[in-house]
Design a protein around this ligand. Sequence first.
Ligand SMILES: [Zn+2]
Length: 302
Amino acid sequence: MHATYEPFFHTGKTIAEYGEYTVIQCESCGFAHCLPIPEYTDLKSIYQKDYYTKIKPDYIERAEKDRAWHEMIHNHRLKVIEGLTPGRNLLEVGSGPGLFLNCARQRGWQTLGFEPSKEAWLYSREILHLNVKNEFFGADDSDALPKFDAICLSLVLEHIRDPQEMMNHVKAHLMPGGVVCIVVPNDFNDLQTILCAEKERHKWWVAPPHHINYFTHASLAGFLQRSGLKVVKQETTFPLELFLLLGFDYTADDLLGRKCHDLRMQFEQKLEQLGLGTLQCDLYDVFLKHGLGRHAVAYAVL
Ligand SMILES: [Zn+2]
């Protein structure tokens, strides 16, 4: 993928510093990203070898423990996708352990995943028996792939050198009228910046070289439109920063962070159990209107 990467002039206001990296609000790209942009060879090593072993060693174990909550969210997103396309074949780029693909398959989709990490790929293959390639999407043989009715990238665009090049690959493998579902962290949102200014906290969400790109709801939508897609729906997820307002400063406390995550899961699963899903959607739409929520979710069509 790096061979076709064409560098161009990245310029914009500096919004964060982190070690050797500077995060700029890039005017050329239309979203924030760090400079220098990490080398492809370094990223290859991170995502093929280190991500699920050294950086997030308990990710798969946690995904299993939180499986019911993940599946609730995956099924919601698949329902939205099914409302936008009558199609039945779905590609997930960066499919991790495969829980999303597994839900899609249970709903009748024909599925394919690309996952560079050997550990995550093995789990999706050996435990879930999914069709997943242990490669980066966009590697040489992807030209031979069929076209898909839906292509999903959850927590991928923030990790890669060139999101625009990725979207070009995605579009090349999407059927006319096909749906793209993108999930990225919603960073530099108002709650984060206000809470940083208030207590001189460090910008805890800035994490190069793992997070290279920093999107908001608005910049994600703008990026997709400029990529030639039509954004038809946006959603947000629980604003974890609410815990800071409640006095739980999880930003430098992993255990407390885990507790906050558990409470957020409990809140959402309880709403679902009590038949209050519509209330949750309405509530989160208000957060979205204010640019808040931990993740920006966008559905776009070609
Ligand atoms: Zn740029």
